[in-house]
Write a protein that binds this ligand. Structure first.
Ligand SMILES: Nc1ncnc2c1ncn2[C@@H]1O[C@H](COP(=O)(O)OP(=O)(O)OP(=O)(O)O)[C@@H](O)[C@H]1O
Length: 599
């Protein structure tokens, strides 16, 4: 019930006056519809069904009205009025259905936008605890369910308004008969209430199942190469089959439930109509015109009762989706990074440029739910405008240190100080805006090379793009592509080789003209010739930007100004390449000798 209230509040806060206007329209349409039913009696009277065109009606209001207009009442006039009423009603209904869609779409777009923005503005540590597929699931499946549920909610409201007004009209015609029908309706509703509860349970199940389903298929498709090359198709197909079966079962269960309640409604309707006519004629002695009106009203109302019941079941089964979406929005809000100050990235960059050094003081860091610390007692200095290399075995803590230095995650204890200013919640984003980062597994969007480049520097000219491509030794191969810069790179850049992808991503990073460039194994997929070209280009940047490089191949960091050696989350050594190579008992010498042996 609380979740339902929350849903209504949210719907009202997004759509506001439109929702109220929509409600007013529903009332007008229902009144006009009621009036057009009422008009049937004079029409039938005019054609002589009740023996007279005026005066003899035992209906409230109508007899007086009929007396005063009896002179002008004939079949064309009555039919004309009837047509005007129906046409007006059709016009209003058209307007209202457009308004319904506008309300529903505005609500859904707002939810979608709020959720997406919330996700993107969350801290990196939040993403470390979540599955990517959970976000996709929320933004696709769950929002689609809420969208459908909102459509049902709006039509349910209109059914309710219509029902209330028609019941009012029926009361006016015959209070006793109406009370009888309403009482029967209420009894049936109470009897069927448990089905609404069942619908909620099925809705919870749908949410859970589709979350697992979305997570599974995302994993499978991300690992499709592993699946194909290791012949894992059968086990994955079996999982999929079982999952699809459970989803099918869940949907069939819901339809079974829904159709059961509809069946009960229809069966009861048959009994009720018989009882209704019997009571009207034999017990209440109701006149024919009243009886016809009451039958018309209730024959139109009964399907509405059914649709109210099934609408309620649907909405109740949608509420878990809304509940989890709001839960995610709340989590995102709690994990939100401080909002950037007004102005574009250019302004931000000017505010935070590295001129002297980055200092890491007594840094400690543990990943959420991890038993061991990933970094312990880190004290290092990274001088501006030089090249710093970070080396160490796999799992030594290199990437974690980089994430901390970039302000992606926050230290458990200790401080990072940039040009004398400690990084904190407020300036962490400003700091990141002057850094370009090239990861181990570079990511390209499924669009052209040009658009991939422009993503990081929207104002870059064609000349600047070619300059950046030449820097990353990719200009030659891009020129040879069928559409040059306008070649589409495929999903995640799949149409390019690993090395080509790395070079384009490096060009993209350079194009932003960063103050700090971080390369995390960013040239690992390159052949020696291209790697050498890039190394030379990077060395030329010495003095104009600060370069931080994580490297496994130690030969690539020979010209670094400083090497930081890590092991088990600690800094073991720090100094110049030659100096560390000369310390024969040091961790760096050990790494060097392993590599020499392997080579
Ligand atoms: N998201 C995470 N959750 C929990 N533990 C993590 C997470 N990421 C890394 N770790 C752990 O933190 C430690 C340091 O990992 P990190 O990725 O920084 O090492 P690395 O030196 O960059 O390794 P590699 O060279 O293999 O990339 C490792 O023990 C790793 O298992």
């Amino acid at each position: 019930m609380k979740a339902m209230q929350f849903y209504l509040k949210k719907l009202y806060s997004v759509t506001g006056s439109r929702l109220l206007l929509n409600m007013l329209l529903m009332i007008i349409i229902s009144v006009v519809e009621g009036f057009s039913i009422y008009m049937l009696i004079p029409m039938l009277g005019v054609i002589g069904l009740f023996g007279s065109a005026s005066g003899s009606y035992s209906l409230p209001l109508l007899s007086g009205v009929m007396d005063s207009i009896s002179g002008i009442l004939n079949l064309p006039v009555v039919l004309g009025l009837f047509v005007v009423l129906l046409a007006g009603q059709a016009f209003l209904q058209r307007y209202q259905s457009i308004m319904n869609t506008t309300i529903q779409q505005r609500f859904i777009q707002t939810l979608r936008y709020e959720t997406y923005k919330g996700i993107l503005q969350s801290r990196w540590s939040f993403f470390l605890q979540k599955r990517k597929s959970d976000f996709i699931h929320m933004l696709t499946t769950e929002i689609a369910r809420i969208s459908q549920g909102t459509t049902v909610f709006l039509s349910l409201t209109s059914s309710l308004v219509f029902t209330l007004i028609q019941i009012g009209l029926a009361f006016w015609l015959s209070a006793k008969l109406t009370a009888l029908v309403i009482a029967s309706g209420l009894i049936i509703f109470l009897v069927l209430r448990r089905y609404v509860k069942k619908a909620k349970k099925l809705g919870d199940q749908t949410s859970e199942l589709s979350l697992v389903y979305m997570g599974g298929i995302t994993d499978h498709l991300n690992g499709i190469k592993d699946i194909k090359s290791n012949m894992l198709e059968t086990s994955h197909t079996n999982w999929f089959k079982q999952m699809a079966g459970r989803l099918e079962e869940n949907t069939v269960q819901f339809v079974k439930l829904n159709s059961k309640t509809q069946f009960i409604h229809r069966m009861t309707a048959a009994f009720l109509v018989a009882a209704f006519i019997y009571v009207s004629i034999e017990l209440l002695k109701i006149g024919p015109e009243r009886l016809i009106l009451m039958i018309i009203i209730f024959s139109r109302l009964w399907p509405r009762f059914t649709s109210i019941q099934s609408g309620l079941e649907y909405i109740v089964s949608m509420i878990p989706a809304f509940h989890s979406l709001m839960g995610l929005q709340r989590e995102c809000a709690e994990a939100q990074e401080p909002v950037l100050i007004q102005g574009g990235s250019r302004v931000l960059k000017q505010e935070f440029t590295l001129n002297k050094e980055i200092q890491c003081k007594q840094l400690n860091y543990s990943y959420p739910e991890a038993s061991a610390q990933a970094l312990q007692d880190i004290n290092i200095r990274i001088p501006a405008h030089g090249i710093t290399a970070i080396v160490g075995k796999s799992g030594a803590g290199k990437s974690t240190l980089i994430d901390l230095v970039m302000g992606l995650i926050e230290p458990e204890s200790g401080r990072i100080v940039v040009d004398g200013v400690p990084l904190s919640g407020d300036n962490r984003l400003l700091w990141r805006s002057c850094i370009s980062y090239v990861p181990q597994d570079p990511f390209l969007f499924h669009t052209t090379i040009r658009e991939n480049l422009l993503l990081s520097a929207p104002g870059a000219t064609e000349e600047e793009m070619w300059e950046a491509l030449s820097f990353s030794a990719s200009d030659e191969f891009v020129r040879q592509l069928p559409q040059g810069l306008d070649t589409v790179v495929g999903d995640r850049g799949i149409r390019l080789s690993g090395g080509e992808r790395q070079r384009i991503v490096l060009a993209r990073a350079i194009l932003r003209k960063p103050s700090v460039l971080v390369l995390d194994e960013a040239t690992s997929a390159l052949d020696s010739e291209n790697e050498k070209k890039i190394q030379e280009a990077l060395y030329r940047l010495r003095g104009s930007l600060t370069l931080i490089v994580i490297a496994h191949r130690l030969s690539t960091i020979r010209h670094a100004d400083q090497v930081i050696v890590m092991e088990g989350g600690r800094v073991m050594q720090q100094g110049g390449y030659q100096q560390l190579s000369d310390e024969s008992q040091g961790a760096f010498s050990r790494l060097l000798s392993y590599q020499t042996e392997v080579n």
